[in-house]
Design a protein around this ligand. Structure first.
Ligand code: CA
Length: 229
């Protein structure tokens, strides 16, 4: 019975080179019922992500080997997975959001384990909510299969991260409607206040880079609207 329960538990890969931090995160997540695997450097993290196929990755930025940004790029290219990034300073978080590295959430050290687990549960809920079976959405030359989580523009398929996918689906369900940044933030990220609207901007930037700059229109001071041809 135990092996069945473990097999159905959601898997989290924790990538952190500081042993005491890594062990305390792992202990807390195991107590929450997750299966946890640890990696302590960049190359080991990429290998573990490929073999473990985690449901979520907690990823420290400063790592031996290569850093968390490179780890994030490599694992997202291989198989999209929600990533929660751990950063050393608030200004470092700002830089990462600006880069649009494909992480879905950020926590600045030091953080409480209670906040970390709350963010992890919220992230998993968001991804699972989008995964409910549904029809194909077609807007102009944009096609989204919400069941298989696949996206095409002009018949060319594009790989999106889980949060990029959810943001696109949100916009595409109401084409040409202007959706406010703080509304997108609360509906997709689950954040109650507007302090994280740059996270929305960063994911819009990534969607434009991947699907074409003409797809999403900026309505200055308000938000965004999807306008596929
Ligand atoms: Ca570190």
């Amino acid at each position: 019975m135990e092996s069945i329960q473990q097999g159905s538990a959601r898997r989290i890969l924790v990538v952190e080179d500081e042993p005491t931090i890594a062990e305390s995160i792992a202990a807390r997540l195991r107590a929450e019922g997750f299966t946890v695997e640890l990696a302590h450097d960049g190359p080991a993290a990429v290998a573990a992500a490929a073999s473990l196929l985690p449901d979520l990755v907690v990823l420290d930025v400063m790592l031996p080997g290569f850093d968390g940004l490179e780890v994030c790029r490599r694992i997202q290219a291989h198989r999209p997975v929600p990533v929660l990034m751990l950063t050393a300073r608030t200004d470092e978080t700002d830089v990462l959001i600006g880069l649009g590295v494909g992480a879905d959430d950020y926590l600045t050290k030091p953080f409480s384990l209670r906040v970390l687990t709350a963010r992890i549960h919220a992230l998993l809920r968001r991804v699972e909510r989008t995964a409910t079976p549904g029809a194909t959405i077609v807007v102009g030359d944009l096609r989204i299969d919400t069941d298989q989580r696949r996206v095409w523009r002009a018949e060319a398929e594009t790989q999106l991260t889980p949060l990029e996918f959810e943001l696109l689906v949100h916009l595409a369900r109401r084409p040409r409607a202007v959706l406010a940044r703080d509304r997108l933030l609360s509906e997709i990220w689950g954040w109650p206040d507007a302090s994280g609207t740059r996270a929305v901007d960063s994911h819009i930037k990534a969607l434009r880079r991947k699907l074409g700059s003409d797809l999403i229109r900026t309505v200055h001071g308000v938000g965004y609207a999807l306008e596929a041809r």
